[in-house]
Design a binder for this molecule. Structure first.
Ligand SMILES: Cc1cc2nc3c(=O)[nH]c(=O)nc-3n(C[C@H](O)[C@H](O)[C@H](O)COP(=O)(O)OP(=O)(O)OC[C@H]3O[C@@H](n4cnc5c(N)ncnc54)[C@H](O)[C@@H]3O)c2cc1C
Length: 506
C-alpha cells in the first residue's frame, strides 16, 4: 500500500474512472475488480479500513442455513458458490470448518427437517458434504456438549475467515493493481448541475481537503449509506440491525469444531466456534437505535442472551461473564423493505440504487463481496471507458498456509522483515510479531487501534487487550511509524478508551 503522502498526491492529481467511498469488504472488492481491469480507481474510507461492519461480522464465509430456512434460495446459492471459490482461491485466509448441529429428544429442529435443509444446501454448493453422527461420535467431536437426551448430530461444512484481513488483502491487491486507497478520509458527494461528479474529500489524519473528480462515484458505505444518499436528496431506506459477539479463551470453552443450535429463549440460531485461538460466540439481531455517531457496543441484555445460550448448550463449562475476553458489535446493512418483520426475518440480499449520479451498493454479506462488486461496476459501466463483467478468480492461487493466505504475494516479505524473536506469536494468539511490524510499515496504520484491532486481532484475543506487550509494541511503532513517547501515550490512551467502551463488557 502506498504511503499516505503519495496516496494524497495521486488522489488530488488524477481524475478517476471510479471513486469508491467506503473501505469495507464491498468497497475494497470494487476497487480491486476495477483496478485489475485497468480502470483508474480511488477508494476513500472515513475511519480505518474495515472499521465499519467488515471487522465485526461472525467471520463466516457461508451460505447461511438460516437464509435457506427463510426461503432465500438465490442468496444461499450465490453464497455457497462464493464460499467454494474462496476456499479454492484463498486457502489460509478462508478455511473450512465443520459445523455440528446436535439433536435432542424433544428439541427442535428435528432430524428429518435438518437433513432436508442440508441436502438442499449441499446441492446448491455442488457437493455432498453433510453426514449424520450418532450420540457417541458427536460427543467425541464435542466433548463439552450437553449429553442429556442427546440423540446425535448433523455435521456439515462451511468456512471461516478473518474479516478485517480479507478486506486488507483485497485492498493490497487493489493497490498493487494501481488503485489509490486512503483511510481516515471522509467523502461528501460533489454535484454539478444536480449530478454527482466526484467528492469533497477531507483527509482527517492529514488535516487537508480537496475535490476529487471521477466518471463514476460508488458509495459502498454499507449500513451508513443513507448518510451519503441524504446529500443527494434521497429518503432513508436502511434499517440498522445490530449483532454482537463475545469471545472466550479457548481453555474455558474448548471447541475443535463449530456448534450451531437454537437459542432456548427465542429459537434463533446461535453458534460458538474456534476462531484465531479463542472461542467466538454469537450472535444477536436487534434494531440499533443508538445512532451512528459512536461505534456500536454490546448491550447488557445481549451479553446475558449469549451467556444463556452457552450455558444451555455447554452446561458443564459453568461460563460466567468473568470468562469473557472481549466483545464486539456490528451493524448489518439491511434494506428496510418490511419494518414490521422481526429483524432476523428481514432479507440480506444486496441492492444497487442510482440517485443523481450516485451509485449506492448496500445490503448483502461478507461472503458475496465479489458478485456485489461486479454488480456495482455493471451499474457504473455506462459512465466508464470499458468494463468487462466476466468474473475472474478471486486471487492468484497459491499453496495454502496462514501467511500466504493472509498476505498473498507478500507472505515471504512478511517473514523476511522479522527481527530477532519476531517469528514468534504475540502471546496466545496465532499472530506473529513480524505481522505487526509489517502492518505498521506497509498497511496504512494511523492509530494503535488499527494495529491491534484490525491488522492483527491481538486486542480482541488477549484478556488485557495486549497491554502486557505494550513495551514491545511501542518499540515497533517507534521504529516503523516514528511515534515518540508523546504520540505513544496519546495513542495508548485512545486505544484503551475504545477498547473499554466498545470491545469490553458493558
Ligand atoms: C453481527 C454481524 C454478523 C455478520 N456475520 C456475517 C458472516 O458471518 N458472514 C457474512 O458473509 N456476512 C456477515 N455479516 C454481514 C457482513 O459483515 C456485511 O454485509 C459486510 O461486512 C458489509 O460490508 P460493507 O463494505 O458493505 O460495509 P462496511 O464494512 O460497514 O463498510 C462501509 C464503510 O463505509 C465507510 N463510510 C461511511 N460513510 C463514509 C463517508 N462519508 N466517507 C468515507 N467512508 C465512509 C464506513 O466507515 C465503513 O467502514 C454480518 C454482519 C453483522 C453486523
Amino acid at each position: 500500500m502506498r504511503a499516505r503522502a503519495t496516496a494524497w498526491r495521486r488522489l488530488t492529481a488524477e481524475p478517476f474512472d471510479v471513486l469508491v467511498i467506503g473501505g469495507g469488504v464491498t468497497g475494497a472488492a470494487i476497487a480491486y475488480e476495477a483496478a485489475r481491469r485497468g480502470l483508474r480507481c480511488a477508494l476513500v474510507e472515513r475511519g480505518d479500513f474495515a472499521s465499519g461492519t467488515s471487522s465485526r461480522s461472525s467471520k463466516l464465509v457461508h451460505g447461511g442455513l438460516r437464509y435457506l430456512k427463510e426461503g432465500h434460495i438465490a442468496l444461499t446459492r450465490e453464497s455457497v458458490r462464493e464460499r467454494e471459490a474462496l476456499l479454492r482461491d484463498a486457502p489460509g485466509l478462508v478455511d473450512p470448518i465443520e459445523f455440528v448441529m446436535p439433536h435432542y429428544r424433544g428439541r427442535k429442529p428435528g432430524r428429518a427437517t435438518l437433513a432436508a435443509g442440508l441436502a438442499i444446501y449441499d446441492a446448491l454448493g455442488g457437493s455432498w458434504q453433510h453426514r449424520y453422527s450418532r450420540a457417541g461420535d458427536t460427543l467425541a467431536l464435542v466433548p463439552v456438549l450437553d449429553d442429556r437426551a442427546l440423540l446425535g448430530a448433523h455435521v456439515y461444512r462451511d468456512a471461516t475467515t478473518d474479516d478485517a484481513r480479507l478486506v486488507l488483502r483485497l485492498l493490497t491487491a487493489a493497490s498493487t493493481a494501481g488503485a489509490t486507497v486512503l483511510n481516515y478520509a471522509n467523502a461528501a458527494p460533489a454535484l454539478e448541475s444536480g449530478d454527482v461528479v466526484g467528492a469533497y474529500v477531507t483527509d482527517i489524519a492529514g488535516g487537508r481537503s480537496a475535490e476529487v473528480r471521477a466518471r463514476a462515484v460508488i458509495s459502498a458505505t454499507g449500513a451508513f449509506a443513507d448518510g451519503l444518499r441524504e446529500c443527494v436528496g434521497a429518503a432513508p431506506r436502511l434499517r440498522p440491525l445490530r449483532g454482537s459477539h463475545v469471545l472466550f479463551p479457548a481453555w474455558r470453552a474448548p471447541l475443535a469444531v463449530a456448534v450451531a443450535f437454537e437459542h432456548p429463549s427465542d429459537g434463533r440460531p446461535v453458534f460458538a466456534y474456534p476462531w484465531q485461538g479463542a472461542t467466538l460466540a454469537g450472535t444477536t439481531d436487534l434494531d440499533h437505535d443508538a445512532g451512528f455517531e459512536k461505534e456500536p457496543s454490546i448491550a447488557p441484555g445481549e451479553v446475558a442472551y449469549l451467556l444463556d445460550a452457552m450455558r444451555y448448550q455447554f452446561p458443564s463449562l459453568g461460563l460466567t461473564a468473568g470468562d469473557v475476553v472481549s466483545t464486539y458489535a456490528g451493524i448489518r446493512p439491511v434494506v428496510d423493505n418490511a419494518h414490521a418483520r422481526a429483524p432476523s426475518r428481514v432479507s440480506r440480499d444486496h441492492v444497487v440504487w442510482h440517485e443523481r449520479g450516485l451509485i449506492t451498493i448496500t445490503g448483502g454479506k461478507l461472503t458475496t463481496f465479489r458478485p456485489m462488486a461486479l454488480d456495482a461496476l455493471r451499474a457504473a459501466a455506462p459512465r466508464l471507458p470499458s468494463f468487462d463483467a466476466a468474473p475472474r478468480p478471486i486471487f492468484v492461487r497459491r499453496p495454502g498456509g496462514r501467511l500466504s493466505g493472509r498476505y498473498g504475494e507478500n507472505a515471504a516479505a512478511v517473514a523476511a522483515i522479522a527481527k530477532d524473536g519476531e517469528l514468534e506469536t504475540i502471546g496466545t494468539t496465532p499472530f506473529l510479531w513480524a505481522e505487526l511490524r509489517w502492518a505498521a510499515r506497509n498497511e496504512g496504520v494511523v492509530h494503535l487501534d488499527d494495529l491491534l484491532l484490525r491488522r492483527t486481532r491481538a486486542g480482541l484475543l488477549l484478556h488485557d487487550g495486549a497491554t502486557q506487550h505494550f513495551d514491545r509494541i511501542a518499540a515497533i511503532c517507534r521504529d516503523e511509524l516514528q511515534w515518540d513517547a508523546h504520540v505513544w501515550e496519546s495513542e495508548r490512551g485512545r486505544y484503551e478508551t475504545i477498547r473499554r467502551e466498545h470491545y469490553s463488557l458493558p
